[in-house]
Every structure is written in C-alpha cells, then in structure tokens.
Design a binder for this molecule. Structure first.
Ligand SMILES: Nc1nc2c(c(=O)[nH]1)N[C@H]1C(S)=C(S)[C@@H](COP(=O)(O)OP(=O)(O)OC[C@H]3O[C@@H](n4cnc5c(=O)[nH]c(N)nc54)[C@H](O)[C@@H]3O)O[C@H]1N2
Ligand SMILES: Nc1nc2c(c(=O)[nH]1)N[C@H]1C(S)=C(S)[C@@H](COP(=O)(O)OP(=O)(O)OC[C@H]3O[C@@H](n4cnc5c(=O)[nH]c(N)nc54)[C@H](O)[C@@H]3O)O[C@H]1N2
Ligand code: SF4
Ligand SMILES: [Mo]
Length: 665
C-alpha cells in the first residue's frame, strides 16, 4: 500500500504549491496537489506532477564524473572531493579566493540552498554574481519608488473593481492567481490584459490591449497624461504622500498623446479608456516579469508605479502596484545561514555579463567556476559567449541532477538529490505568503548526495568543517529565529505543513514609505539625475538603432514555456520536443511563411532553427520562441539574446532583441 505524505513544490515559480506525494517501497509513485493547502488547494500544474518523473528518471546523474581526455569517467566521491578541495586550496594560495566564480540561479526554492554561500564565505569569499535575469529591473524600480517591492495578499483582489494584468502570463505561469481572477470576474470585477501576445489570460479579459513590446512605460505615461487632462488624479495622495510630482508633470508635457499612441501602437481611445479604468477605483495592477526584461525595464515599472500612484490606487484594499512580495523572503533570517562575516575577499560580476567578465577578468583571473541550481549555458543570454567563457577556465564543477548543456562542459559533475530526497522549507516571494515544509521522503538513487552534504565534505577538507557542524534541523531553526519569536516555529510548520507568514496584507496602508523621503518617490531622491523618470524605449528599436532595426525588423520574445520550468522538464516529456517559432500573422504574410515551415531566426549574436507556427492576434512584427530548450532539442534561444543590463543595472534585457527570419530547407 502506498503511503501519502505532504510535501512542497521546490520549483522557481509564483505559486509555491503544497503537494501530496505517494510513496511505495522507498519510491515516489505519484505527485498530486494537497487539498488542505490554504492557497493552492489541491491543484498543481504538470511541472509539479512531473517531479515524480524527475525523481525516478533513468537519466538521473548517479555518480561523480570527471572528464578525462574529453570523456566522462565515473570516479569515487573521495576522489572527486579530494581533487576539487585540493584545487580550491591551491587556487586560494596562488591567486586568492576570488579566482573562483560561483555561478548560480534559483532553480530550487529551498531555504537551505542558501548554504552554498556559507561554504563560499567560509572559504574566504569568491567572485559572486549580482543582479537577476528574472525580475531584477522591476525589483530595483520598486525600491526607488516605494522603498521596497511589496504585493497585496491573494484574497485582496476580491475588493478590486478593475484588474489590470500587465505583461503577466497568468494562465501559464501563475495558475492559482488565474483561479482567483476567475473568482473576481464572477464577483463582477473587470479584467484588462495588456500584452503583445494574445495569451490564455487575454481570453478571459473584458478588454485585451495589444502593445508594442517594450513600450509599456510610454503607455503608462499616456494614461497619466490623460488622467491629468481630465483632472482625475488623486490630489490628496499626491500632495501629502509623494515626492517629485512636478518632475513627472514636466516629463509628461514633453510628449503628445498622438505621439505616444503612434509609438506604443495603442489607439488613443484605448488610452482614454484605461485612464477611466484606473480612476474607477479600486483598480489593482499585476505586473509580470516579461515586461521589464528590456533596457528600459526599470523606467517601465517606475512609470506603471507612477500611474498607480497618480490614480490613487496605492495602500488601498483592492488596489496596488503588484509585482513581487519581498515581505515573504524578509520573514526569514537568511543571513544566519550565509555567515557573510566569514569572508575576507570579495568581488562581484553581473549575472547578465558573467561570461564577458570571466573572459576579461584579471587580478585574479577566474581559475574555477562552480555551478549550482542553474543551467547558464541554456538560460544566460548570449550563449556563444557563455560557452566560450565556461570552456575557458581550467576547472568547471557542476552540481546537477541531469546532464544539462552546462554539465556537458564540466570537468567534474557532482550528482545531487531532488527535493523529495532531502528535508527543506520552501517559499516564493512572488505571490502568496505561506511557507511550506518538505520532509525527506525517499533515499537518493545511486550515489547522489545533497548540495549540503557536498558543502560539508568540502568544508571539512578545507579546514572549516566547524561551519557545517550543525544538523539540518539546527540550520532550519537558524533561518526561522525571528519567526519563532513571533510564535511561528519549525515544529508547528512540520505539523501543519504550511504556515502563514506575518506580512502586511495591504502594503503601504499607512502611507509610510521606505524611501529616503518617507514618501512615494516619483523622482528617486538620492539618485540624482538618474532618479528622474524617463520616457525610454528599448535598446534594440528603430528609435535607438535605426540601422539595426532595418536589418532585423522583428521583435523577439522568449517567454516561459507551458510544460517546462525553464530548462528542467523538456527532456522528461513523453515526446521529444521541437523548437517552435511563433510569429505574428503579418510576418507570415509578408515573408510568405506558413505553419510548420522549417525556418531560421538570426541576428548578429547567433541563430536558432525550428518549425513555424502562426500566433493569432499577436502584436505585428513580434516573434516568440519559448525559452529553456537544451541544444539537442534546437536551443538555446539565448543564442540570440543580449547580455545588456537594464537601465538600473540589475535586470536583464532578454526580450529586448531584434531578429530576422527566413525559410530554409
Ligand atoms: N509554466 C511555467 N511557469 C513558470 C515558469 C516556467 O518556466 N514555466 N517560470 C517561473 C518563473 S522563474 C518566472 S520569473 C515567472 C514569470 O512569469 P511571467 O511574468 O508570467 O512570464 P514571462 O514568461 O516572464 O513573461 C511573459 C509575459 O510577458 C509578456 N511580455 C513580454 N514583453 C512584454 C512587453 O513589452 N509588454 C507587455 N505588456 N508584456 C510583455 C509576454 O507576452 C508574456 O505574456 O513564471 C514562473 N512560472
Ligand atoms: N531567453 C530567456 N532566458 C531566460 C528567461 C527568459 O524568459 N528568456 N528567463 C530567465 C528567468 S526568469 C530565470 S528565473 C532563469 C532560470 O534559470 P535557471 O535557474 O538556470 O534554469 P532552470 O532550468 O530552472 O534550472 C537550472 C538547473 O538547476 C538544476 N537544479 C534543480 N534543483 C537543484 C538543486 O537542488 N541543486 C542543484 N545543484 N541543482 C539543481 C536543474 O536540474 C536545472 O538543470 O532563466 C532566465 N533565462
Ligand atoms: S511549478 Fe508552480 S504551479 Fe506547478 S506545482 Fe510547482 S509551484 Fe505549483
Ligand atoms: Mo524567473
């Protein structure tokens, strides 16, 4: 008889679901949703169900591997750990500890995954990456405007009269929010979707607004302009609780509504309609992460925030400029886990430009890269440079569950556990404010070991084993210290499987902002000229680079796939996937292309090939290729993307990308 136990989804996702896992003979046989989870209520997506396939897959890495003369050979853990720790010791002595780069992303939401930093700090401090491919520009933008990036709790949407879904692919990426939207719609709320792609969420919208990619900041400016013209701004809020409104007014006066309509490719009547919608309060705005992966991404989010502020939708139930909810992560004492006081050296590379930085590094050069919770060869922009950089270092160590494109390049591949094979707690600072418990349910296959075991073994060999003497239980306690003071303990979490975190349900209700002025800042007070809002456009656009736009007339989006979490699921699908190139109807007509033609998409950085499909109602001149495919399936789409940084330096410009397309045989 199978035993059914509660667990949690570890995937980097908005939803952070509660799971029920069936176990028989020390084997996971089924993964379902946990009906008792307060938010996710028994529903999960295919990626969650595939955690079963992921755990049991015959393709799992089972033994440490070392590349000898270009071929992987199985070696013992002792040999792998002895050799890697010896190299680490020698590198530190000869070049200093920052000659090691830790390249990672956030493929696993477990809090103990932060212990990688405890290891690198104990070692002396390595070259770390900063910024985020995912949400960096928007988080920084909201820090400038509000002082932090806080969202309303999920139930609050039921107070909204109008709901704006701005560049978030809710039905695909955030399924429990989609359920809430349906509930709100039933209650009478009106839904507006602003997106260059007519996605599944647009289908339930009362109004779908198609916008030219990267032009949302300008669109927000147009709506503000219209609100001011109609005299419908929230004067009380603006006068009492904001800073820099005059700068915003001056900016808005530099451009006409006609010009905005022409550039955004949104009709004036629609801008007028949106002005009415925003001022018919409460109106909640839910921004996705797609709309800020542009050079102008910071300004885009800041102009949308400004629109929410001008229309008086901040700090009220059913309102909000919802982007992320950092209150969730801030509930934990992550710093207790990472022990940053242990490091004596320090260097940082931008996550976007990590490859260029590796190639350019001197003093010291990068001698070793250690990759955890990431697949940079597939996920980091401008793949050809990533490949060059990751192949150039003398030692590449990849800790992985599967033989990814990045692992293929490695000198050492260390096999690691999946989430059901180790205990951890899981949360996401993206949507809801519950933390979930995930016990160890089954043993790991072969010789796969947890990341924590690997850090502990290496630390012992390097002489700082004491930093890892605490048990998993003690490490978890450390991360929950402040919560325990508020009566939220690990024991309770273990019993209940999920706990509500003490966050503000409606942030900024008291209009006390965490900015320098204590007010909402239209102009960021301590950022000088940079702090003023700008009507910026994408880097790869006809306005910024007319020659490039002539050679590469189409805008490429590379959004998140339906059936895979980034690069994690494609290889586990029952049928081998093919690269699908989705184009707006006008492109198919202009270029005489039809469905399932084999086509090539290229620019100056690289190319991909795949099968054409036509996207009904997509914004003209727009192409989409879902991200995440390994090379063997036709990827990576990041062959085409740029490693530029957003205007505020902390985000990617993955969707700020011009390409051309042609049919091939
Ligand atoms: N199925 C699935 N779900 C996932 C993930 C996954 O890989 N697969 N990944 C998870 C992670 S890590 C993240 S970060 C989230 C991301 O969640 P989302 O933000 O929902 O998804 P993205 O694919 O990043 O962004 C795509 C949306 O932005 C729109 N968009 C792109 N450019 C623009 C623009 O210029 N203006 C406007 N208005 N819209 C634009 C796209 O058309 C699309 O609808 O999803 C999470 N959930
Ligand atoms: N073109 C384009 N590129 C993108 C995006 C896009 O929209 N378009 N989206 C960006 C976004 S939003 C994100 S968040 C990133 C995601 O980028 P990544 O996090 O790099 O992508 P994943 O494929 O989710 O995960 C990478 C690897 O982590 C491994 N892994 C999972 N759990 C563990 C673990 O516990 N320990 C260890 N050591 N490894 C583990 C998985 O096996 C997987 O191979 O991609 C970014 N790249
Ligand atoms: S991937 Fe997201 S929606 Fe799917 S089960 Fe996991 S947390 Fe839930
Ligand atoms: Mo992400």
């Amino acid at each position: 008889m199978a035993e059914v136990l509660k667990s949690a989804c570890p995937l980097n996702c908005w939803d952070s679901c509660g799971l029920l896992v069936s176990i028989e003979n020390n084997k996971v046989i089924k993964v379902e949703g946990d009906p008792s989870h307060p938010i996710t209520k028994g529903k999960i997506c295919g990626r969650g169900r595939m955690l079963e396939t992921r755990t049991n897959s015959p393709e799992r890495l089972l033994y440490p591997l070392k590349k000898v003369n270009g071929e992987f050979q199985q070696i013992s853990w002792k040999q792998a750990l002895d050799e890697i720790s010896l190299k680490l010791k020698e590198i530190k002595e000869q070049y200093g500890s920052t000659a090691v780069l830790h390249s990672h992303d956030y493929a696993n939401n477990g809090i103990l995954k932060n212990l990688d930093q405890r290891f690198f700090n104990g070692y002396g401090g390595v070259t770390e990456i900063y910024g985020s491919l995912c949400w960096g520009a928007g988080i920084e933008a909201q820090k400038w405007d509000f002082g932090d990036a806080y969202g309303h709790e999920p139930e609050d949407i039921l107070y909204s009269k109008n709901i704006i879904i701005w560049g978030r692919n809710v039905a695909r990426t955030n399924m429990h929010f989609y359920e809430k939207l349906l509930e709100a719609k039933k209650n009478g709320a009106k839904i507006f979707v602003i997106d260059p792609l007519y996605n599944a969420t647009a289908k339930i919208a009362d109004e779908y607004i198609s916008v030219k990619p990267g032009m949302d900041g300008l669109l927000a400016a147009g709506i503000i302009k219209e609100i001011l013209r109609l005299g419908m701004e929230d004067r009380g809020f603006i006068d009492q609780y904001t800073y820099g409104f005059e700068d915003l007014e001056n900016l808005i006066n530099t451009i006409s509504l006609e010009k905005i309509s022409e550039m955004t490719e949104v009709p004036i009547e629609t801008i007028h309609l949106l002005a009415k919608v925003f001022t018919d309060k409460p109106t909640s705005t839910f921004m996705g992460l797609g709309l800020q992966r542009y050079k102008n991404g910071g300004n885009t989010i800041r102009l949308i925030d400004a629109l929410v502020a001008v229309s008086g939708n901040i700090g009220i139930a059913g309102g909000g400029a919802n982007y992320a909810n950092l209150q969730v992560g801030q509930s934990f004492d992550v710093a207790n886990l990472t022990k940053s006081d242990r490091k004596t050296s320090h260097r940082q590379f931008s996550i976007m430009k990590q490859a260029e930085e590796v190639l350019a590094a001197i003093d010291p050069e990068i001698k070793m890269i250690i990759v955890t919770c990431g697949n940079p060869l597939t996920q980091v922009p401008d793949s050809s440079i990533v490949e060059k950089a990751f192949s150039s270092v003398s030692t590449l160590v990849v800790i992985e569950q599967f033989m990814t494109d990045t692992a293929q390049l490695a000198d050492y591949v260390l096999p690691t556990t999946t989430s059901f094979e180790e205990e951890d707690i899981y949360y996401s600072s993206m949507y809801h404010h519950y933390v979930n418990y995930g016990p160890k349910l089954v043993s790991a296959p072969g010789e796969a070991k947890s990341d924590l075991w690997i850090w502990t073994q290496l630390a012992q060999r390097l002489g700082f084993g004491d930093d890892f003497r605490l048990s998993r239980e003690q490490m978890l306690q450390l991360s929950l210290l402040s919560l325990a003071e508020k009566g939220k303990t690990l024991d309770e979490l273990k019993v209940k499987s999920s706990l509500e975190l003490p966050v503000k349900r409606v942030p900024w209700e008291d209009f006390q902002f965490k900015t320098a002025s204590g007010k909402y800042e239209f102009t960021s007070m301590n950022k000088g000229e940079e702090g003023k809002l700008k009507l910026a456009v994408p880097e790869e656009s006809k306005w910024n680079n007319p020659l490039l736009a002539e050679e590469f007339p189409y805008h490429l989006l590379t959004i998140h796939p339906l059936r895979s979490n980034h690069s994690q699921n494609y290889h586990l699908l029952p049928k081998a996937p093919q690269l699908k190139i989705e184009v707006a109807e006008n492109i198919a007509t202009d270029m005489h292309l039809k469905a399932v033609d084999f086509v090539r998409v290229w620019n100056n950085r690289g190319e991909v090939k795949g099968y054409l499909s036509i996207l009904p109602k997509a914004h003209p001149n727009t192409i989409n290729i879902d991200e995440g495919m390994w090379r063997q399936f036709g990827g990576s789409v990041n062959n085409l993307t740029s490693s530029s940084e957003s205007d505020n330096g902390l985000g990617s410009t993955l969707y700020d990308c011009l390409v051309n397309i042609e049919k091939i045989n």
